[in-house]
Design a protein around this ligand. Structure first.
Ligand SMILES: C[S@@+](CC[C@H](N)C(=O)[O-])C[C@H]1O[C@@H](n2cnc3c(N)ncnc32)[C@H](O)[C@@H]1O
Length: 250
């Protein structure tokens, strides 16, 4: 007998959360059973709104199931906290825009976008075969907390502007609560407060506009420094990245 059925049968009355896969949560009966068993929150690795990226990550899952899982949880009353990777090998402007569009169409309660990091070197994507396939190059002269990375379609110096754009749009457009900002409150989150918290977050970022203007040139300066440092450590790009076609406000 499954864990959920046991919790229900024994009337345990426990409130719990778990990591979950969206292909399980895409099944409405499963979500309802979890809710009845006391589940209050699921944390899902949505990762991307681009099917090509999910395939490259070997998620064995679909964008459509990610969307269905989020709808099921919202309707049944289970809080969703999702993580998204920006800049994973194969990432392009188009795939990132697909991810933004996905989050806007299927908003989770909490979202945590994270730039791709290459800190753990033994993961499959950093093995020699994948490195060749995606043109992945790494360098670490010991001065940064994690290796600089570059692959055929993006680099660690380019992903920062996307990271800021994701955070800003998710907050400004009242899509999701930022999981990092509300980290302490995720476990006690009451969906009845969602709108008020989204308003609070949007107002906070609006007030921050003047202050954040100060950071635009600083971000720009840091990005140029990083770009130069990445190029110094990894050498000039062998593949020229496609020119940017859409404005990217930092
Ligand atoms: C929230 S953690 C879950 C913890 C995991 N069960 C564990 O014990 O490590 C997993 C999430 O981290 C993110 N992640 C994993 N590897 C990553 C990487 N190399 N760069 C950026 N984010 C990554 C993905 O969004 C993934 O869904």
């Amino acid at each position: 007998m499954g864990v959920c059925e046991r919790l229900i049968d024994r009337k345990v009355g426990l409130k719990w959360l778990c990591y979950a896969r969206s292909d399980d949560l895409a099944d409405r009966d499963t979500v309802e059973l979890m809710k009845a068993a006391g589940c209050v929150e699921v944390q899902i690795g949505i990762e991307s709104g681009d099917q090509g990226q999910l395939d490259r990550m070997n998620k064995r899952n679909t964008v459509e199931k990610n969307a269905r899982a989020l709808v099921n949880c919202r309707e049944v009353g289970i809080t969703t906290a999702v993580t998204v990777i920006l800049g994973y090998p194969g990432e392009t402007e188009r795939s990132l825009l697909n991810t933004l569009a996905f989050l806007k169409a299927s908003p989770p309660d909490f979202c945590y976008p994270a730039p791709f990091n290459a800190r753990v070197e033994y993961v499959p994507i950093l093995q020699p075969e994948s490195r060749t396939k995606y043109g992945i190059e790494l360098a670490n002269d010991g001065r940064s907390a994690q290796p600089y990375w570059r692959h055929a379609t993006m680099s660690c110096s380019e992903v920062g502007a996307w990271y800021r754009r994701f955070n800003r749009e998710l907050m400004q457009e009242r899509i999701s609560l930022h999981a990092g900002l509300f980290y302490d409150g995720i476990l006690t989150f009451d969906p009845a407060d969602r709108d008020a918290l989204l308003d609070f977050q949007a107002e906070a970022i609006e007030h921050d506009r003047v202050l954040s203007r100060v950071f635009v040139p600083i971000h720009d300066w840091a990005r140029r420094r990083l770009e130069a440092d990445v190029e110094r450590q990894l050498g000039p790009r062998r593949i020229t990245p496609r020119p940017r076609t859409l404005p990217l406000v930092s």
